[in-house]
Write a protein that binds this ligand. Structure first.
Ligand code: DAT
Ligand code: MG
Length: 167
């Protein structure tokens, strides 16, 4: 079954210059990249992304980590991969959540670490199931930023929104 998944190259992945390695690993899946961008991560976005973990003792550090405060890289690379069993394939390549338990050849097993403060710096985010993927993709991307019609969208007339244009 065709699926979409959100992928984030987290700030530690960017700081360690792992973007190329990670995209190369993910290209083994033969999935299609249907959206990609560099994205600043506001506190609000980070908290919404990880809202299922808000009661965990590590939530505050996790939000700081995703915002790039631990790596002086206040951005992530966000992508949407699409194709047959996209979630399973990408999660398999990513490896287990805990980088010390992740298979050593997986992305997290190869490049992740646990900090002394207990933060899992695991390099990459992959959605865990189709409904989470839909929620996350809609959180990180606008319909027009995705080159296929993944989910139903409506026309929105924005008259007074201030944006930037080239001079
Ligand atoms: P995953 O990223 O594998 O989907 P998750 O959604 O359960 O895992 O957790 C999101 C992130 O939160 C995870 O990438 C790293 C962090 N995290 C999860 N469990 C943790 C723990 N026990 N200690 C520290 N960080 C943790
Ligand atoms: Mg998850």
């Amino acid at each position: 079954m065709n699926q979409a998944t959100l992928i984030l190259v987290k700030p530690d992945g960017l700081k360690k210059s792992l973007t190329g390695n990670i995209l190369t690993r993910l290209s083994e899946t033969k999935l299609e990249i249907v959206a990609s961008k560099m994205s600043r991560v506001s506190k609000q976005l980070a908290e919404e992304h990880y809202k299922h973990l808000k009661d965990k003792p590590f939530f505050k550090e996790l939000i700081q980590y995703l915002q790039g405060e631990l790596h002086d890289r206040r951005k992530v690379m966000a992508l949407v991969y699409y194709g047959e069993d996209a979630i399973t394939k990408c999660r398999q390549l990513a490896g287990a959540t805990n980088p010390e338990e992740a298979e050593s050849t997986s992305i997290r097993g190869s490049y992740g670490r646990i900090t002394t403060a207990g933060v899992y710096e695991n390099v990459i985010h992959v959605s865990s199931n189709p409904s989470e993927a839909e929620r996350e993709i809609k959180l990180w991307f606008k319909p027009e930023e995705i080159i296929v019609d993944l989910y139903p969208a409506k026309d929105v007339i924005e008259e007074k929104r201030k944006t930037k244009g080239w001079i």
